[in-house]
Ligand binder design. Sequence first.
Ligand code: GLU
Length: 256
Amino acid sequence: MRLVIKVGTSTLAHSSGKLNIRRVEELCKVISDLKNAGHEIVLVSSGAIGMGMGKLNLSARPSDMPTKQAAAAVGQCELMYTYDKLFSEYNHTVAQILITGDDIENDERRFHFINTMERLIELGALPVINENDTVATSEIAVGDNDTLAAIVAVNVGAQLLILLTDIDGLYSADPKKDSAAELIPVVEKIDDAIRSHSGGTGSSLGTGGMATKIHAAEICMQRGVDMIIANGSSPSILYDLMDGNGRCTYFKGVKA
Ligand code: GLU
């Protein structure tokens, strides 16, 4: 199976912005194993700004553009250094791809992106994608990695996108505030009722939240790609998800 896995900053880093070593080690181990089992995997990883924040000892996520871009420049190095080191332990080679919304909207650049992705997958490398935050100003940015991951999934012809986050999936209400909130296991269609469950933003480190995940689901489903939202706190959940089990919300792509 060809699949795209997206990990959010809340999965990769502690609230201090420093790397969650135990979790990232487990994530790299499980992804390596799934690759060994024959799956073609593309990783969309957030964490550049969050990790830059940690490295530069900033106490809060920067809100102004130059500091965000500076933090991303520092954090992206740290991120790729970490992936390179951990995936190497399992004999997997990582490749860094940084794109912006502009690269996808422009047909020629999108064509080159797809060609490079195909070749990397053919060569057995693991593409690790992030928004090119150091140059992505609001006019040209995709803006959040849930949407970016959905765009990547439909462009590389993935069958499945898995969004790993800090919650088990889409709930009928905010589970932090409402004890009667229930996990919605399957979504076949995005309608106003589903959108109304999408609530506000996520953690203080990342960009997304449920709204961007529902938007990602819309992009995927329209193009026949299935999407899962699951909790990345224990990355071995990826094994269960690949077996069709595991606690999650499953968004079914529309099949022609
Ligand atoms: N590209 C951002 C980063 O690496 C993350 C965007 C997001 O959290 O959706 O920090």
